[in-house]
Design a protein around this ligand. Structure first.
Ligand code: A2P
Length: 297
């Protein structure tokens, strides 16, 4: 295994550039995936209240035998828990389910475009728990530049990360440039383009894993398309959280022993379609998402 680079957040907290994602990992598979990942050398785990598997992430940590303090645990507050009191309580729920004393990185899952005041209240609650030492860093997810601007007007702590859809077909260069200017780490969700082939996400999609340009680069390095994409993220300084519950793929995704040339990086950049596959952060949130109850610990 090659050494995975370490990234430093804007408050000095560090994390490995590559972590395990558990979006759509069934609770009964999550603990084993986390254990496999930690044994393979991962030291960053990304979950969310809305994934329904925080408890199993905590169980996987214990089962792995890896000391808690070596691991960066990241989770997200769901939108139904936005608002000062609700968000403070959501932190208690997440902490208890994960079985940790301190959450390393706690972020808002989405902006609520048509309830932005509640989004702000939730973020200010994160600032409170950050000041109290209950989380080591705070951030956001799925924020556009406009959302970041609106947040900056009413908050004090610059988000440490913005976790957004980012893969070769949707690269968000303008957003990445704003992050770089403001000291916000770009964290890629669906870093190998899972959103381009997950079932149930609409028709008329092409899987980035089958892209001929990418498979051309892949062939010359003797690695998989996923490994090429992950190396592309790392060489461009991003944090990436590929999801897998398959032990071989979990191990493959951290076994990166290639270097991409400037030309190869540019060719991958050139695949950008400028169109997201996942949800539009400005959309009206459907009631079943807005009202979804995150269970007590
Ligand atoms: P699985 O869990 O069966 O491995 P993303 O993180 O970009 O959303 O991608 C996740 C999707 O990609 C999941 O469907 C996952 O399935 C699959 N996947 C993860 N690693 C690899 C890999 N190395 N090669 C091919 N598919 C992968």
């Amino acid at each position: 295994m090659t050494e995975i680079p370490t990234l430093t957040l804007n408050n000095g907290v560090t994390l490995p550039a590559l972590g395990l994602g558990v979006y759509q990992s069934a609770p009964e598979e999550t603990s084993a995936a986390v254990e496999t990942a930690l044994r393979a050398g991962y030291r960053h785990l990304d979950t969310a209240a809305a994934y329904g598997n925080e408890r199993e992430v905590g169980q996987g940590i214990v089962a792995s035998g890896v000391p808690r303090e070596e691991i960066v645990v990241e989770t997200k507050i769901w939108v139904s828990d936005y608002g000062r009191e609700r968000t403070l309580h959501a932190v208690d729920k997440a902490t208890a389910k994960l079985g940790v004393d301190v959450i390393d990185l706690l972020i808002l899952h989405q902006p609520l475009a048509d309830h932005f005041d509640r989004t702000i209240e939730a973020y200010l609650a994160l600032e409170e728990v950050y000041a109290a030492g209950r989380v080591r860093a705070i951030g956001v997810s799925n924020f556009t530049v406009t959302h970041l601007d609106r947040l900056a007007e009413r908050s004090t702590v610059v988000p440490a990360v913005n976790q957004v859809e980012l893969h070769p077909y949707f690269r968000q260069p303008e957003l990445q440039a704003v992050h770089a200017e403001r000291g916000i780490l770009t964290q890629a969700w669906s870093p190998i383009g899972g959103i381009t082939f997950y079932p149930g996400w609409g028709e008329d999609r092409r899987s980035v894993l089958d892209d001929p340009e990418l498979t051309g680069i892949t062939a010359s390095h003797g690695v998989s398309p996923a490994q090429v994409m992950l190396q592309w993220h790392l060489q461009q300084g991003r944090s990436a959280i590929p999801k897998s519950t398959n032990p071989d793929r979990i191990r493959q995704n951290i076994d990166l022993h290639l270097t991409l040339s400037a030309d190869e990086l540019a060719r991958i950049d050139g695949l950008d379609t400028g169109r997201r596959t996942g949800p539009d952060p400005d959309r009206h949130m459907p009631p079943e998402m807005l009202d979804r109850v995150i269970p007590e610990a």
